[in-house]
Design a protein around this ligand. Structure first.
Ligand SMILES: Cc1cc2nc3c(=O)[nH]c(=O)nc-3n(C[C@H](O)[C@H](O)[C@H](O)COP(=O)(O)OP(=O)(O)OC[C@H]3O[C@@H](n4cnc5c(N)ncnc54)[C@H](O)[C@@H]3O)c2cc1C
Ligand code: SF4
Length: 325
């Protein structure tokens, strides 16, 4: 691991001004915020990330979970994943979020990991983490070892000829179904970004993963008020029962009349939500899977995900129906 300077931020304006000196907010940025460090330090030990300056944001007053006047919820950027998952309002009214977070990582990691850090966690594509292999995301222009290599766990949708990595976060999938808004403070002021617009597809620039610019600090995330009588749930399918990333996961918020919002994880570079497919929810999983998977480009080794998506959706919809019966 290369040497780096660590500064502790007591003031967000100062932290933003320091981070704004970086040339990018993406992969390779020389100045980085650090939350729990469970992604960043991991990648620094592998020499995948080599920032020169880390700005520790854990002392900033961004650690609260509070209800909003409209009945929604605001979640600070440095709220720990455990605190969020076990918060009584989240367990009761945003069950999908609690279930998604608790399905990921381990208790120790969740005690460290933050809301913002989870939103920005990097892909688990094995070639991204191996500095002796070509990877366009880690080192633009070197090629993509995964396209002809081990890609069983990688994406079937939203990919490009330059990268087929997935977004590995469970929390992000729940946030997508809940239509979370991500609030950012940067050198040019504040802005609010719907989660659907936050992560970008790889296209020709797989090193770019979000719309963040240098100096942009995620301050908090807001969730809309829960619809009365709705049921929300998360189902994650993976190779072993714990400590594994999703092959396919489904986050769903289902209303009394069978309509709702659904996001799928483990299949794309961002949580995959297709509003046209949601129109088919009352007609069952097969009807939803059709429009949801339009344009899928699986490899020989991950085409099993097509059927797995339909089956996971089926199980989630059946459970939602049962809960209402
Ligand atoms: C062994 C292992 C297993 C795991 N299993 C799972 C799993 O099954 N499911 C799952 O979803 N996740 C899993 N994870 C990933 C884990 O959830 C993430 O590492 C964690 O959520 C990252 O949060 P953090 O606060 O530690 O991020 P950090 O490492 O602190 O930061 C991550 C990134 O976010 C940036 N950042 C942090 N805060 C801000 C901010 N406020 N504004 C702007 N940028 C910011 C940092 O600069 C960095 O680029 C696993 C991790 C490990 C190590
Ligand atoms: S899929 Fe993306 S992250 Fe994986 S090797 Fe290819 S370019 Fe790198």
């Amino acid at each position: 691991m290369k040497t780096f300077a660590l500064t502790r931020a007591n003031d967000s304006a100062q932290a933003i001004a320091t981070a704004a000196k970086a040339t990018t907010a993406q992969q390779g940025a020389e100045i980085r915020f650090i939350g729990g460090g469970t992604t960043l330090i991991d990648l620094m030990k592998l020499n995948v990330e080599q920032p020169k300056t880390l700005i520790d944001i854990n002392r900033l007053p961004l650690d609260k979970i509070e209800t909003l006047p409209d009945g929604g919820l605001t979640i600070g950027a440095v709220v720990r994943n455990s605190d969020l998952a076990y918060h009584p309002i989240v367990r009761k009214s945003y069950t999908v979020l609690s279930e998604a977070i608790l399905s990921g990582a381990s208790a120790q990691l969740r005690n460290m990991a933050t809301t913002a850090g989870n939103l920005l966690q990097r892909t688990r594509c094995m070639y991204f983490r191996a500095t002796d292999m070509p990877c366009n995301k880690r080192e633009p222009g070197t090629g993509c070892a995964a396209i002809t290599g081990a890609n069983r766990s990688l994406a079937i949708l939203g990919t490009s000829e330059h990268c087929i990595a997935t977004n590995p976060s469970d929390m992000n999938v729940a946030m997508a179904a809940l239509e979370a808004i991500i609030h950012v403070r940067g050198p040019k002021g504040e802005r609010s970004i719907p989660i659907a617009d936050f992560h970008v597809l790889p296209g020709n620039t797989p090193q770019r993963e979000t719309v963040l610019e240098p100096g942009d600090l995620i301050t908090h995330v807001t969730l809309p008020p829960p619809a009365p009588g709705s049921r929300s749930l998360y189902l994650k399918l993976r190779d072993r029962a714990s400590y594994a990333f999703a092959l396919v996961s489904v986050a769903a918020v289902i209303q009394r009349d069978g309509t709702g919002e659904v996001a799928v994880g483990g299949i794309a570079p961002r949580p995959w939500r297709v509003e046209a497919a949601e129109g088919e929810l009352p007609h069952g999983a097969k009807a939803v899977a059709g429009p949801l998977l339009t344009g899928a480009r699986p490899t020989d080794d991950n085409k099993f995900k097509l059927k797995l998506v339909e089956r996971t959706l089926g199980a989630v919809l059946a459970e939602a129906r049962e809960a209402k019966a």
